[in-house]
Write a protein that binds this ligand. Structure first.
Ligand code: FAD
Length: 381
């Protein structure tokens, strides 16, 4: 394909992306199968990524971060996605948790937690979804009831990315259960010394096998009042405000995977022969690849448009929802068409295309399902 460069990628961001890509390719990919078997990425890898400057790149240096912009974060996420390594939950850690802390944390909280997140000593997670439902955030059942200088947390969460490794978990829960959305707050659980907190099963997923997605249980867990993030009762609004960013992170991850898939398929169809010639000489192959390359470019331009607006602080929730739903829908369709061009090899996990395909499906589900995205878009019409 040609040498299109995203408008938000300058030489410095391009160099970071290049460095990050080499790091994931040489350090992460050789360990991937072992991580998949143990269903989580080694903590040592988090520390190595921290030393490499790949954690909290957009967090100011006074809090230990890289002092960059969201462009640096997006470049690192894309570099990882393009290698097909999907276990390392940096999009949640640097992309979400760090920004929640930066946006809503007190000075003391930022100084206490962000430096450790930047080195990889503290791994972050966000826990919203509960076993009874994820889309309907208003129906949360996990509670935090204040007793003196602590909140007492009871309930459970599920599908939590980085759930096993996490040292800091931003819990979205109810501090005033009778008050509907006005009773929702954010509480930071420090997992290392938290009696009553238990991590359940690491969930056995269709893809993203090295990602430690887990169930979490809270049985009278004491969390100091000082760990409240922002104001009590404002958690629903905070979570909604961060969702535009989260949705763009998912769309960005999706476009990087699509680009890798198309490149893999072009290379494969040039080398694979059938009926006396390379697959790419067949009209169906050429038309399929032309379609996939065009859809991928259109998605890239849309994602770039969103990132540029986001960097200016101008990305609205509706456009972010459009990007999440549309790009991930295209991602799944393009991945399926690419797998078809690989024939049986496309179903073999030793081929990157098979893993990209397996990892793609959940993109339409997490960070708000695509149906919920369409509801949000429709509401704005
Ligand atoms: C691999 C993975 C990682 C995840 N990581 C995290 C994480 O780190 N933190 C976290 O909090 N959560 C996480 N999730 C949870 C994810 O965000 C939820 O699965 C998702 O929000 C959907 O919730 P649900 O599974 O309860 O489905 P449900 O809410 O039960 O939805 C089931 C179906 O009903 C549809 N539906 C629901 N409401 C509506 C509506 N109003 N209109 C139309 N259709 C609707 C949905 O679109 C879906 O098709 C993760 C999930 C997975 C699979």
């Amino acid at each position: 394909m040609d040498d299109y460069r995203s408008p938000w990628v300058d030489d410095e961001v391009a160099a970071l992306k290049d460095m990050a890509g080499k790091f994931f390719e040489t350090v992460a990919i050789p360990q991937r199968e072992r991580w998949e078997e143990q269903q989580r990425v080694d903590r040592e890898f988090w520390l190595a990524a921290g030393r490499q400057g790949l954690l909290c790149a957009a967090i100011p240096e006074i809090y230990g971060g890289g002092g960059g912009t969201l462009a640096h974060d997006f470049a690192i996420f894309e570099a990882q996605a393009a290698t097909g390594e999907s276990g390392f939950g940096n999009q949640v850690h640097s992309g979400l948790v760090a920004h929640y802390l930066l946006t809503y944390g007190t000075e003391d909280q930022k100084l206490r937690w962000l430096p450790g997140m930047a080195t990889g000593e503290l791994i972050g997670a966000v826990a919203m979804t509960e076993p009874e439902g994820g889309s309907d955030l208003k129906a949360l059942r996990t509670t935090a009831i204040r007793h003196g200088e602590d909140y007492i947390v009871n309930g459970s969460k599920t599908f939590i990315s980085n759930g096993v490794n996490a040292d800091l978990i931003i819990l979205v829960l109810k501090t005033a259960p009778a008050d509907g959305t006005r009773g929702v707050s954010l509480l930071v659980l420090e997992t290392r010394d938290a009696p009553g907190f238990n991590v359940g099963r690491v969930l056995n997923k269709v893809g993203m096998k090295a990602q430690d997605t887990a169930e979490l249980f809270f049985d009278d867990v004491r969390v100091p009042v000082g760990n409240l993030l922002g104001a009590e009762g404002m958690g629903y609004g905070y979570a909604m405000a961060q969702l535009a960013h989260e949705r763009l992170v998912v769309a960005d991850w999706g476009i990087a995977m699509m680009e890798r898939a198309v490149a893999e398929t072009i290379a494969y169809t040039k080398s694979r022969r059938a009926f006396g010639g390379p697959l790419i000489d067949m009209q169906n192959t050429r038309f399929e690849l032309a379609d996939c390359a065009t859809i991928t470019r259109v998605a890239r331009v849309f994602v770039d448009h969103c990132i540029v607006r986001h960097l200016r602080g101008e990305l609205d929730k509706t456009t972010a929802s459009m990007a999440k739903a549309w790009v991930t829908e295209q991602q799944c369709q393009v991945l399926d068409r690419c797998v078809q061009l690989f024939g049986g090899y496309g179903y073999m996990l030793e081929y990157p295309i098979a893993r990209l395909h397996a990892d793609a499906r959940v993109q339409k589900v997490y960070a708000g399902t695509n149906e919920v995205m369409k509801e949000l878009v429709a509401r704005s019409l």
